[in-house]
Structure formats: C-alpha cells, structure tokens
Design a protein around this ligand. Structure first.
Ligand code: PLP
Length: 390
C-alpha cells in the first residue's frame, strides 16, 4: 500500500489526524469528485435528466457492492443509512408471542431499541448471548440457547464502542444448523476487513457508506439473500418497491430493491460505488492487515502510559480502540484532542447498555484508525493526552 499517495488523494489528511474513522472516514478525492460532479450535473441539466445520463454509474454501485460482499446484484438494496437498511429488514420479519430473538451484548443501540419495541409489542423475548472469556459472543452459549422458538439471531459484527470482532461466521454455522434467520449488522466491519455473506452464512446484512468504506454520508445498504427476499414484505412500500397492478392490487418487486424508496441521493449512490471500487482495488485483506497493525500499535502506546486503560475485548481485534484516562471525563479528553487537531469520538454507556453499561464504563474515548493514518498521527494522539489525575 502506497500510504503517501493514498494520503495525497485524501484532502482531509492535510488538516487533521483523523482518528474518527468509525464515525465517518475521510473521502478520497476520487469519491468526492464523483459526488460533486453528479451534483453539478443535476444543477446543470436537471435531476431526472442527470440520473438518466448517469444510469451506468448508478447501476455500477450495485455490482460493486455485490462484489464486495460476495453477493448477487439483485440481493442489494441501497438506502440512506445503515439504520434504515437494518429497520427495513428487521421490521419485515414476523413475530408471534413466545418467539425468541438472540442477540449479543455489544449490540448497537438502535437495534436494541427495535428489539425492545418488538418485545413489548408482540410478547417476544430478547435474550443476550453471554460472552466467552475473551469478551466476544460465546458460540457455545449460543448453541446451547437454540430451540424451536428462536426466530432470529441478530448480532453486531464489530461494535461501535470497541475493538471487538464478533465471530460472525461461527454464529452463521449455528444459524444454518438450526435454520434460523441471521441478521448481521456489519456497519463497522465492512470496509475494514473482508466480509463475505456466503462465508458468514447470514441471510441479511446491513452497513453504511461513510465509515470504513469512506463513502459519502447519507448512504447505506442491505444485503438480502435471494432465498429470503421473496418471503419478506417490507414495512413500507412505495411505487419503486411495488407496482400498483390494478385498482385493488399491487405486486412487490422480486429483488432486494423492494427495500428501497423511489427518491434517493443519486450523487451519494454514485460516490458509494466509487468508494467500494477503491476498497476492492486495495484489497480487503491488505486493508485489514494495515488497520489492525496501526490499532495494535496504538493500544500498545496507550497501555504504556500511566493511568490510561484500554478496554477492547475479543480474540480478533478491529481498527477501533477504546480507552479511558484516570481522573478525566472522556468527552473532555476528546475535546482536548480535537483542540490539537486530533479527531476522536466518545462512546456512552447510554448507547451500549448491555456492554459498556454492564462493564461499569459510563464513557470511553474511541480512536479509530484507517489505512491512510500514520504512526506519526498515533504519536500525536499519545503526546496530546492529558496527564492522569488520581
Ligand atoms: C454497529 C453500528 N450499527 C449501525 C449503525 C448505524 O449506522 P447509520 O448511522 O448509517 O444508520 C452504526 C453507526 O454508528 C453502528 O456503529
């Protein structure tokens, strides 16, 4: 990987040590140009006319995403964010009283809220699978919890609040063994490590454009396996998702685009395709090697500082590094770093009740690296940290 050239192609690298890639990574010049040139075209010839002229580039995004995930293009829906993709899939599932949803402790807050709403509405039970001794979902515990009432296994691959990578493919084996629908939130994993739906064995997978894929904000996508799509009626239907076939009838389209809406952010969709192309050109294996090496280096540097505690769990670690500094609130640490042009963010227990809440961590600072970050930027973070207070 030619880091210097990748940094030259990333305008933001000139301004900040951007270690908030789990929030939103920096777009490349190529992606930025693809987005802005489509917006220019819309402003010049009209939005509908621009969409017609860019038809190939728009359609290319489905091919690029399908290649990225090892799926077919008709199994991909492009949405405005990961949450909408996840909700469209989750709320298309039918639940009855007594059904069970099995999930992980490090589940994303919005997903947990949707589980609880469904539990309250339909009398479904939501159960978190215990972690193993490494702090990742215990596949053994999951297997022991399976019975005929389990309707869904829904887990987050890489949580928003720490360096854990949950064992997605091992979970998939259990789902396949018991023939239970498996929904994977891959929002923080896609773009930083290889994610192949066949290897993982999931039926549904959701992710966003702006994080490790380096796409534009306001983009997300859903993979819905062909075998499941036809059985799923989306919670919302419009004239793109379905055809009004007669005064009293409609027909839902057969492919995954039944989860989309007619109006969409075309410039973003095109930019997302360009960002996915770039990730595929670099190779997801190479990206994972680079980001995990940088993250490991950062964890080492942090752990060597007195009064600084690294909180990442799991056997396999991601590009996300979570830590606290004794005597300092995490938002203050993040603000201090930002004032020194080092971007990080904060994760709150209120957004991770079953994980940070249960571990007694009200907040953690989250630093998340991408391949264009450098050792020098990691040192800038380490040097800028406040001294611990007793
Ligand atoms: C694990 C996880 N899932 C889902 C989401 C939601 O993604 P979006 O903001 O694109 O809806 C996030 C965002 O931080 C996330 O970290």
């Amino acid at each position: 990987m030619d880091i210097e050239s990748l940094r030259r192609d990333t305008p933001g690298c000139a301004h900040k040590a951007h270690l908030n890639n789990a929030g939103a990574a920096l777009m490349s010049r190529r992606t930025l140009d693809a987005v802005t040139s489509h917006l220019e075209l819309e402003a010049t010839i009209g939005g509908y006319e621009a969409a017609a002229a860019a038809q190939d580039r728009i359609e290319h995004t489905y091919d690029a995403l399908a290649r990225l995930l090892g799926a077919d293009r008709d199994e991909i829906a492009v949405t405005e964010n990961a949450t909408r993709a996840w909700d469209m899939a989750f709320y298309a599932l039918r639940f009855a009283p007594g059904d069970r949803i099995l999930t992980a402790r490090a589940e994303y807050a919005s997903n947990a809220i949707a589980f609880l709403q469904t539990a309250h509405r339909y009398g479904v039970s939501v159960e978190t699978v215990p972690d193993d001794e490494h702090g990742q979902l215990s596949v053994e515990a999951l297997r022991s919890m399976m019975d005929e009432r389990v309707r869904l296994i829904a887990v987050t691959h890489v949580p928003t609040q720490g360096g854990l990578v949950n064992p997605a493919a091992e979970i998939g084996k259990v789902a396949r063994e018991f023939d239970v629908t498996y929904l994977l939130d891959a929002c923080q994993s896609v773009g930083q490590l290889p994610v192949d739906v066949a290897e993982i064995g999931c039926d549904l997978l959701t992710a966003t454009g702006r994080k490790f894929l380096r796409g534009p904000r306001g983009t997300g996508f859903l993979y819905s396996s062909r075998r499941l799509t036809e059985r799923l009626e989306p919670p919302f239907l419009d004239l793109h998702a379905a055809t009004w076939t007669g005064p009293e009838s409609y027909e839902v389209r057969p492919d995954a685009r039944r989860f989309e809406t007619w109006e969409t952010f075309y410039a973003g969709k095109i930019g997302l395709g360009v960002a996915v192309d770039a990730a595929l050109e670099l190779g997801l294996d190479a990206i994972e090697r680079r980001v995990t090496a940088l993250a490991a280096r950062l964890r080492e540097g942090l752990a060597a500082l007195p009064g600084v505690h690294v909180h990442d769990q799991g056997l396999r670690r991601s590009a996300i590094v979570s830590f606290t500094v004794d005597g300092h609130d995490s938002p203050d640490v993040a603000a201090l770093l930002r004032s020194r042009d080092v971007n990080v963010s904060v994760s709150w227990a209120t957004s991770a009740q079953w994980d940070l809440g249960a571990r007694g961590l009200p907040t953690v600072v989250r630093a998340s690296v991408h391949y264009y970050n450098t050792e020098d930027e990691l040192s800038r973070l380490l040097d800028a940290l406040p001294r611990p207070k007793a």
